[in-house]
Design a protein around this ligand. Structure first.
Ligand SMILES: [Zn+2]
Length: 268
C-alpha cells in the first residue's frame, strides 16, 4: 500500500517545466494518488488537463482560495466576484471532481485586516460549502489564523466530509473538528514546525497525509514535491510510537473514507 497526497498544487508555475518528471518520481516513491487543489479560476484548465492526462493518479479539486493574487503578484482577500467567475467552470467540470477546494478562511492581518474582508471570506466559503453539498463532494479546506471560525462555520453550514489541511490552530480546536468527523492532513513541514502537540492529540483515524507542494516542504525555501510525503509519515510514526507502515496504511484508508471516489481507482 502506498500513500495518498491529499492536498498539492501541481498546476503551480513552479512545476511548469518538469511536472511529468515530478509525477514519475512520486510514482516510484509509492505515492498512490495525488489530490490537486486550485486557488483561483485561472488555473482550473491546467488542473483538469493534468488529471485527464493521468487518470487514476491525479485527481482534481476546483475551488476559490480565501487569498487571491492580483495580476501584479500582490495578495489580497477573496471577493464574491472571484467566486462568480469560477462557478460556471466548476459547474462545467463537476462530474470529474474529487472535491471542492481549496476553500477556507485566512485571517492573517496582511490579507484580512477589516471585518468586511473577513465577512466576505465567510460568504465565499458558505457558498462553496453549499455547492459541495449540492454536488455531494467533500471539501479541501485551508485555515490560517482562523482555525476556530473555520471549523465553526463548517459545522454551522452542515459540512460533512471535510479535510482541514496544514491546520495551524490549537489542538483543542482541532478536536472539535475530530468530533464532527473531519480529517486533518499533515504536511512534510511538520518536521520543522511547532505542531508536535497537534499530531499527538489527533487520533490516527483522523489523520491524512499531504505535501501542499510546492509549499510546506521539509526544507524551507526548497520546492516541495509529492515524493516528500514520507517525511510527514515518518514524523507521525515517531511521535505516536508506531510503525511507518501503520501510518501509511491507516492514512490511506482515511483518504478513501474522505474521498469516496478514490475507491473506484485504488481498490481493485
Ligand atoms: Zn494549499
Amino acid at each position: 500500500m502506498g500513500a495518498v497526497d491529499c492536498h498539492c498544487h501541481l498546476a503551480a508555475p513552479e512545476f511548469q517545466e518538469d511536472i511529468e518528471d515530478v509525477l514519475e518520481e512520486a510514482k516510484q516513491a509509492k505515492v498512490l494518488a495525488l489530490v490537486v487543489v486550485a486557488e483561483h479560476s485561472g488555473e482550473f484548465g491546467r488542473i483538469m488537463q493534468l488529471s485527464e492526462r493521468h487518470p487514476g493518479f491525479v485527481f482534481s479539486c476546483l475551488g476559490v482560495h480565501p487569498v487571491q493574487r492580483t495580476p501584479t503578484g500582490q495578495e489580497r482577500s477573496v471577493t464574491l466576484k472571484d467566486l462568480d467567475e469560477a462557478l460556471p467552470l466548476i459547474e462545467l467540470h463537476k462530474d470529474c471532481l474529487l472535491a471542492i477546494g481549496e476553500v477556507g478562511l485566512d485571517f492573517t492581518p496582511r490579507f484580512a485586516s477589516t471585518d468586511e474582508q473577513k465577512e466576505e471570506q465567510r460568504r465565499v466559503l458558505i457558498k462553496q460549502i453549499q455547492l459541495a453539498k449540492e454536488l455531494h463532494l467533500p471539501l479541501n479546506v485551508h485555515s490560517r489564523s482562523a482555525g476556530r471560525p473555520t471549523i465553526n462555520l463548517l459545522k454551522e453550514q452542515g459540512a460533512e466530509r471535510v479535510l482541514l489541511h496544514a491546520f495551524d490552530g490549537k489542538p483543542s480546536v482541532a478536536m472539535e473538528g475530530v468530533k464532527a468527523g473531519y480529517f486533518f492532513s499533515i504536511p512534510p513541514s511538520i518536521t520543522r514546525s511547532e505542531q508536535e502537540k497537534l499530531v499527538k492529540h489527533l487520533p490516527l483515524e483522523s489523520i491524512c497525509l499531504e505535501t501542499d507542494s510546492p509549499a510546506l516542504g521539509p526544507e524551507k525555501q526548497v520546492r516541495n514535491e509529492p515524493k516528500n510525503i514520507f517525511f510527514a509519515a515518518e514524523y507521525i510514526a515517531k511521535i505516536k510510537g508506531i510503525s511507518l507502515e501503520e501510518v501509511i496504511d491507516v492514512t490511506t484508508q482515511n483518504a478513501l473514507k474522505l474521498f469516496p471516489k478514490l475507491k473506484n481507482f485504488l481498490c481493485k
